[in-house]
Design a protein around this ligand. Structure first.
Ligand code: AHM
Ligand code: MG
Length: 335
């Protein structure tokens, strides 16, 4: 269609969220402001990630800057940018980042009603070879006016009001849910704006891809072992599944969301709670999966019903297409 070649009615992420929020008469635009600061962080990291390879080529990485400091590593830099953007939004009170051992409590004059948990740059093993990496975030509301504590984020994932990720891949994509479905926005670099390109993403009910680090197979438990065996050697006449594993959660979950299938980071003998972190990896991705019509399971229960006791707690996770997750749930139920 010739008319499609130049779209003139651009649904930016800000316009989209303003539209959504206008459905709530009590909304005063706080969420929109918070999100615009998250978006700023994502754009900054996207630009830094895109320049990283070049910087290396022309010898920037490892050099010292004007203040005589070593160039910051990309993950540290990303964390600094997100923390500063979130604090300066004036809409946050508690921040939990994968990069910081302790939670950040925003000073009283800059406090707001949201708490944000995030992994500023996930998939660190992929940074140096230019493979897709991403930012993951989840948002809670503060439900009191007392001094904020970590209790304000040690809440089950089903209490999150929004979650999302930004993938720094062949294009930069921000995928967001505020509890009314999942929507994907692609960064138009010439405009510097995220444009709605994937409205109302629904994950297929069943997929033909499984995604897991099979190098850990010797340490898996019974149900995970049985499940992966079934993926490769199905006994019911169905086709074997394909294996895809980037080792970058955002990329692996993004593909799972769009193509269907299952992503697993199970428990194993060496890491009985798996590897991934409940607050800023497991919860946001589980929130998105459910909003897209899929499921997320820990091996014991619905992932979003977990109540974390520590901010950096880990949990095994199985998430993806509804029917595929049903199968792994059945295997754990047999135990
Ligand atoms: P990171 O936070 O240190 O980057 O680790 C998280 C990453 C996830 O993106 C990915 O799903 C997982 O680690 C891969 O782990 P493994 O290398 O054990 O397969
Ligand atoms: Mg991580």
């Amino acid at each position: 269609h010739a008319a499609d070649a130049h779209r003139t009615d651009l649904m930016t992420i800000t316009r989209f969220v303003l539209n959504e929020q206008s459905k709530y008469p009590e909304s005063r635009g706080d969420f929109t402001i918070l999100l615009s600061h998250i978006v700023l962080g994502c754009k900054f990291v996207c630009s830094a990630v895109n320049k990283a390879g070049l910087a290396k080529l022309i010898g920037l990485a490892g050099e010292t800057n004007i203040q005589g400091e070593e160039q910051k590593k990309l993950d540290v830099l990303s964390n600094d940018v997100f923390v500063k953007a979130l604090v300066s939004s004036g809409r946050t009170s508690v921040l939990v980042s994968e990069e910081d051992e302790e939670a950040t409590f925003v000073e009283p004059s800059k406090r707001g009603k949201y708490c944000v948990v995030f992994d500023p740059l996930d998939g660190s093993s992929n940074i140096d070879c230019g493979v897709s990496i991403g930012t993951i975030f989840g948002i809670y509301t503060l439900d009191h006016t007392d001094e904020p504590t970590t209790e304000d984020v040690l809440k089950p994932g089903n209490e999150m009001v929004a979650a999302g990720y930004c993938m720094y891949g062949s294009s930069c994509m921000l995928v967001l849910s505020t509890g009314t479905g999942v929507h994907g926005f692609t960064l138009d670099p010439s405009l510097g704006e995220f444009i709605l390109t994937h409205p109302d993403i629904k994950i297929p009910n069943k997929g033909n891809i499984y995604s897991v680090n099979e190098g850990n197979a010797q340490n898996w438990d019974g149900p995970t072992t049985k499940y992966v065996e079934k993926c490769k050697f199905p006994k019911d006449g169905s086709h074997a599944k394909s294996l895809r594993y980037v080792g970058s959660m955002v990329a692996d979950v993004h593909r799972t969301l769009l193509y269907g299938g299952i992503f697993l980071y199970p428990a194993d003998k060496k890491s009985p709670n798996g590897k991934l972190r409940v607050l800023y990896e497991v919860f946001p991705m589980s929130f998105l999966m459910e909003q897209a019509g899929g499921q997320a399971f820990t091996g014991k229960k619905r992932a979003l019903d977990l109540v974390p006791e520590k901010i950096h707690e880990r949990s095994p996770i199985f998430l993806g297409s509804y029917d595929d997750v049903e199968e792994i749930k059945a295997l754990y139920a047999e135990e």
